[in-house]
Design a protein around this ligand. Sequence first.
Ligand code: KG4
Ligand code: ZN
Length: 344
Amino acid sequence: MSDTKLFCANKYTILGIETSCDESAASVVSANSVRSSVISTQVDIHSDFGGVVPELASREHERVIISVIDDALRKAKISDPQREIDAIAVTKGPGLMGSLLVGVAAAKSLSLAWGIPLVGVDHMEGHIFASSLETAPAKLPAMVLLVSGGHTQLIYVAGPGRYQLVGSSIDDAAGEAFDKVARLLGLGFPGGPAIDLISRGVEVGQIRFPRAMLNKGYDFSFSGLKTAVLNYLQTNKGAPPELVAASFQEAVVDVLVKKTFAAVKAYGVKSVVLGGGVAANSRLREEVSRVADQVGVQSAIPAPISCTDNGSMIAAAGAFRLETEGPTDPSFGVEPSGRLNYFG
Ligand code: KG4
Ligand code: ZN
């Protein structure tokens, strides 16, 4: 990684494998260029249950992982992995135990068979490094807003690999709130993309949902907002779903953006980075880049497809770990509750 940017300066070619939740994904990334990205989603399997069923997720990963990896290699035109791939990066955690085990077992087997190094990667560091793919990497120090189905965090990146947790959700993650509100509105699973879509072009202002803890530090709370939507729907039967969805989305985006830029200012960073599935949200992307321009900091926002879980982000973070720490000993185990190493 350069001293001043969030990316790996070394031009490795990495096979990235990601199976932490309900996407079986593999990618080939050379430097910061995505040569292939294959994602087999399990949405249809879990949608009837309104959430991911761990047992079904791991079985499906096992069924498809080899063909997903094969596809990624073929699309990247890799014919001799032993020579053309420098390392295999795989998500070691956090995530679902059974799901993680499938990706890690596949990565260990291929590393042994091909005689190439293996790198265990933290899923959240993957989301952070998605910002280095196909775009200008973020200048350091940076403030990262990491918003996914399981996490809502503000992370200060002081320098290469130096993370400080600035704030996080005290209850529901932002993605979880999107999914739960979508369910209340009968929009299906996962709810984030459905709410994003239905809200486009809708004039907000008629309904004002609460913005919890707006002026209280850098932690977040979204469970009260979900309850406010439920109460509103119960007392306003027949309310247009797109209006409720857009007003909910506006409340989430408002809180995320205000807290992020308060932290940007307090920490004096040079860039703001978005990561995680909720970073695919069109309204959040629009607001973060607008305010970043306004206050004169760089915004590093990955393409929507690189925000939701994918193998490229694992390859990008894997390249950085390979450069700074070398390969991971193949005896490493999965870390379902793993967390980044924070200082301070
Ligand atoms: O990062 P991710 O793919 O998986 C986890 O690591 O959790 O994030 C998934 C979350 C889900 O809650 C999904 O509803 C949300 O990201 N999401 C979105 C959008 N696309 C995905 N939320 C809001 N707007 C979107 N466009
Ligand atoms: Zn994720």
